[in-house]
Design a protein around this ligand. Structure first.
Ligand SMILES: [Zn+2]
Length: 168
């Protein structure tokens, strides 16, 4: 998938969190969108196979783990008392979801041969692909982004409705 498709997929995946946590969920969604294209850094390095090591569960989990550990260390050093552990876990989980959305979005594509996602490689070499659309389909990428924005909007409306419902 391209830029907009990945952003859209992250927005769709994070929508239930926006519906549940309102503005906090929106912030988490923004973070997920910010990191969701990280696996495609393999475009920038010729020695990295595209849709190779950076498109695996291992890479995604390692990045999320590093984010958790790093933010825990950072938050613990702040001069104010913050619930560093749950916050660090929340950040790591958000990054994890953002990166997983990337794998899901790429799995939607035709992705033949070397372009198939193998999320558990080298443990299980099986490709994971639904083959619904071409990665360069403008329509599919635009639809994903539009769907993501729509889902987030609905989710936020639900969260506000939930709050006002609770107050009334
Ligand atoms: Zn990718």
């Amino acid at each position: 998938m391209y830029k907009n498709g990945h952003r859209g997929a992250a927005l769709v995946l994070m929508a239930p969190l926006t519906a549940t946590f309102g503005i906090v969920g929106l912030g988490m969604s923004a973070l997920a969108v910010a990191v969701c294209r990280l696996p495609d850094l393999d475009h920038d390095y010729s020695w990295l196979a595209h849709r190779g090591p950076t498109h695996t569960i291992w890479f995604v989990s390692a990045v999320a783990g590093l984010v958790s550990v790093g933010s825990y260390a950072g938050l613990s050093m702040l001069p104010v008392t913050l619930p560093a552990f749950p916050l660090a876990l929340l950040l790591g989980a958000t990054v994890l979801l953002g990166l997983l959305s990337h794998l899901f979005a790429d799995a939607l594509t035709v992705g033949r041969d070397t372009h198939a996602i193998r999320p558990f490689h080298p443990l299980f070499p099986h490709p994971f692909r639904l083959g619904l659309v071409r990665a360069d389909s403008r329509l599919a990428n635009s639809l994903l982004l539009a769907g993501g924005v729509l889902f987030q909007g609905l989710a936020f409306a639900i969260s506000i409705g939930g709050i006002t419902g609770a107050v009334a």
